[in-house]
Write a protein that binds this ligand. Structure first.
Ligand code: DQA
Length: 148
């Protein structure tokens, strides 16, 4: 199948330790496991996949800027930067492609400081609470959005 473009999946701080990190909240899948599931979903929907993780806010901002010219859709789990980063928010607002905010956990059912997201206002939509399946749903949502 000819690729319809490239879906980028960006991951923020501490997500490199998924599988070891609070598995009762985030599940047992590693980030590598999630990347495999994303690759399958991207292939099924006809997109290439670019999957990255950084613990550094500035690197995430640089990647979002890079996505302006290379991505056709973006899914982002900004980790804790979700709740703090005006810089990530501002970078996302530079994009004119569909953006899905992703979280493994249901941030609205957790501590109050997680209820505020700087990503949501810059996103097309939000998927949270479905564990690693949130990522798969985000890719299908991006693909559906690009069919509109
Ligand atoms: C998270 C939720 C955030 O509150 C937290 O800081 C994370 C992971 C999630 O995927 O559920 O690092 O984004």
């Amino acid at each position: 199948m000819t690729e319809r473009g490239s879906i980028w999946v960006l991951n923020g701080p501490n997500l490199n330790l998924l599988g070891e990190r609070e598995p009762g909240i985030y599940g047992g899948d590693s980030l590598a496991d999630i990347e495999v599931r994303c690759a399958e979903a991207a292939q099924t929907t006809g997109f290439a996949l670019d999957f990255r993780q950084s613990n550094h806010e500035g690197e995430l901002v640089a990647w979002i800027q890079e996505a302006r010219s290379s991505a056709t859709g973006l899914a982002i789990n900004a980790g804790a930067y979700t709740h703090t980063s005006v810089a990530v928010h501002d970078a996302l607002r530079l994009l004119d492609i569909p953006i899905v905010e992703v979280h493994l956990s249901n941030i609205f059912a957790r501590e109050e400081f997680r209820h505020k997201s700087y990503i949501s206002a810059a996103a097309t939509g939000v998927v949270c609470g479905f564990g690693s399946h949130s990522y798969v749903l985000a890719i299908y949502a991006l693909a559906a959005r690009m069919d509109l």
